[in-house]
Design a protein around this ligand. Structure first.
Ligand code: NAD
Ligand code: ISE
Length: 337
């Protein structure tokens, strides 16, 4: 069986996902696309045999030729499309963030719960990265004792013009927030945001870098250094400190070269290069699950919890003090996720 997917928003990641759905993965084809920039949608569709172009995301979702929906438009537009996908009874893969406010995520959770089954998967692809998975296996395996602290860094070389200062937290650090919840099977209890010296390369009005401290309910503390103007490359770091040892992500792509008293390797250019395999595995897993009548991957609850932590982080940035995280009760539908 071939799963016919419709893609809403064919910008940077929309096109990258269309490439993998079309040329890398199996059991799937891109049957329809749309974008508020219709010319862009038509250009993308020109390389997709038989794909239709819809004037709106709602039209695409209603298309009987679309079995499942991929939402890759800007974060603030996700809610409407995810709700429309749920209302149509179609499986939805939504890029992170699920939505940009707690209320919007809550409406998605309520709508999905009302259907009685999981229809939403959120694109936290780091959960599919070999290195993060190896790290989690060590942490949960207990071979180096109980986890105490995690150090993380999320350094972007640059970001597009539409990127706002809040997005350092709710578009970039949201990944580290999801990793923290997943790594320790735990919820975040409080967030503090420290503002180091501002980089001379920071955009006007940006506190860049930020140091985001996540206190997990277990007492583990995760510190995330987040920056969006690192310039030199896309540098993702992680180390978990346990009672009897440490485990860290290895340097990512390619080979380490040694010569003339030096050694070094390649720094990935961006998230597409660093997480290419994670994205492939994430999507193939989702495609196979949807074809079998279900879904896979981080749930709407995971999207909700991450956005609540982001909103708390933004409050902490504004207040300069530790802010507790308050979440609604987890519905039964998500008790296993
Ligand atoms: P982008 O600006 O390159 O592309 C977004 C596209 O959506 C554009 O073509 C824009 O015209 C279109 N669009 C905007 N509003 C729309 C609407 N209402 N309906 C239909 N189309 C609309 O942005 P991007 O970098 O591709 O990011 C898109 C989403 O993917 C964001 O949520 C972002 O956080 C997420 N993302 C995730 C990762 C990851 O690592 N998982 C990486 C990059 C982006
Ligand atoms: C982007 O949207 C992503 O999700 C990338 O993974 C992240 O590193 C980047 O900071 C975001 O802007």
């Amino acid at each position: 069986m071939t799963l016919n997917v419709g893609v809403i928003g064919v910008g940077m990641i929309g096109q990258d996902h269309i490439r993998r759905l079309t040329h890398v993965l199996s059991g799937v084809r891109v049957a329809a696309v749309t974008d508020v920039d219709l010319d862009r949608a038509r250009t993308v569709a020109a390389d997709l045999p038989g794909a239709s172009v819809h004037a709106t995301g709602e039209d695409l979702i209603a298309d009987p030729g679309v079995d499942a929906v991929v939402v890759t438009s800007w974060g603030p537009t996700h809610e409407g499309y995810v709700l429309a996908g749920i209302a149509a009874g179609k499986q939805v893969f939504c890029e992170k963030p699920l939505a940009t406010t707690e209320d919007a995520c809550s409406r998605i959770v309520d709508a999905e719960v009302a259907t009685g089954r999981r229809l939403v998967s959120v694109g936290f692809m780091r959960r599919y990265d070999d290195q993060y998975r190896a790290m989690k296996a060590v942490v949960t395996g207990g071979e180096i004792g109980v986890a105490l602290v995690m150090h993380a860094a999320h350094r972007n070389p640059s970001v597009p013009d539409f990127f706002t200062s809040d997005m350092i937290i709710n578009d970039s650090t949201v990944h580290d927030i999801d990793v923290a919840r997943w790594m320790f099977d735990d919820e975040i209890a409080a967030v503090t945001v420290l503002t180091p010296r501002v980089s001379s390369k920071a955009r006007e009005g940006f506190n860049d870098p930020l140091l985001v401290l996540l206190e997990m309910e277990s007492g583990v503390i995760v510190d995330v250094e987040a920056s969006v103007n690192a310039g030199f490359g896309y540098d993702i770091r992680g180390e978990v400190v346990c009672e009897d040892g440490t485990v860290e992500l290895s340097e990512s792509a390619g080979a380490i070269v040694k010569g003339a008293g030096r050694f070094g390797g390649r720094v990935p250019a961006d998230w597409r290069e660093r997480f290419v395999r994670a994205f492939d595995v994430e999507f193939q897993t989702w495609i196979d699950a949807v074809a079998a009548g279900g879904t896979a991957g981080p749930s709407a609850w995971d999207g909700y919890a991450a956005t609540v932590a982001c909103e708390t982080g933004l409050r902490a940035l504004a207040s300069g003090v530790r802010e507790p995280v308050t979440m609604r009760e987890r519905p039964d539908l998500y008790k296993e996720s």
